[in-house]
Design a binder for this molecule. Sequence first.
Ligand code: ADP
Ligand code: MG
Length: 378
Amino acid sequence: MALRVGVVGGGQLARMMIAPAVELGVDLRVLAEEDGMSASLAATAVGDYRDAETVLAFARDVDVVTFDHEHVPQSVLATLVDAGIAVHPGPHALRFAQDKLVMRARLQELGMPQPDWAAVTDAEQLQAFLDDHRGRAVVKTPRGGYDGKGVRVVSTGTEADDWFATLAEDARGGALLVEELVDFTRELAQQVARRPSGAVRAYPVVETVQRDGVCAEVIAPAPHSGGRLEDVAARIGITIAEGLEVTGMLAVELFETTDERLLVNELAMRPHNSGHWSQDGAVTSQFEQHLRAVLDLPLGDPSPVSEWAVMVNVLGGPTNGSLDDRFDAAMTEHPGAKIHTYGKAPRPGRKVGHVNVVGGNLDDVAYEARAAASFFDD
Ligand SMILES: Nc1ncnc2c1ncn2[C@@H]1O[C@H](COP(=O)(O)OP(=O)(O)O)[C@@H](O)[C@H]1O
Ligand SMILES: [Mg+2]
């Protein structure tokens, strides 16, 4: 019988696991939030991932459960584990990707380089942190943020009062995370795959470009990353993967500071936007690698197949018509561009697809990826 992987969540990350699953003959099943989602092609169930019964019923028919996102509650994960179901990444690892305060505390224990940070529960504490950090800081909601939602640069203690008020309403109480405003030259991302039995493989460190808090472009490998930088980034990724006992794909978002240090920004324990280049630019894509890792199969070679790969996100999509209306023009003009779409309706700012281009000259590759992606927005 085919190996069966169950993915909780029907977004584009689940969708992009479908192609490698078909190639390997893995029976991929998705628990989607609703009909018509990105991964609906593989959806065998539709239901609420916060409901233990729903997730358990889905999980009973697969060999391993994994995720499209980090939002499945710990109580639901515990139900699965108690029922003897293999869950990768496991609840103990996922905690660190679910809550940025829990993550910061654990990374500190592991001795990982990171921005100065504190947990703050009111405007006075936030102001005290600002006073110690040249009057500027980044406040983050510890849970549920993505694409820059839940991240705010502040210069006075009262600028997060709305978030403190929301926390006060939450019965569990809690704190906000505040971090020093890092003076970075660029952002990088390090991906590592880890099997339950312990083997790890690191991808080359990549450069990510965020616009308005959303990933816009990725260059793989990060320019000027040979030697020390590549080694330091890989070491950080592997230390975190092992220290947190991550299983599956881990992405570590990093800042490269003006004084050439690497600081950990945040973690994701699933395939990640910074690794989409690997679909067309690496021997083993992050989506295949994730399947191998959660099935505890030998990991594939993460090496690039070309000197450079550039990934450009399609954000928003066309304001009139659909993405495939633009195929003819884009494909005619850019036969070397690999176009990936997520089956999502265009909406301002929404990630609806991406374009990968690989080749030997970074300027040419970047130009072609941007030009091809530009056919899909206006
Ligand atoms: N401490 C910081 N200093 C400077 N910029 C930051 C800091 N934290 C986050 N940012 C910026 O905000 C973006 C989003 O923050 P992040 O914590 O990664 O949130 P999200 O979960 O939305 O991706 C980062 O990619 C970076 O550009
Ligand atoms: Mg981020």
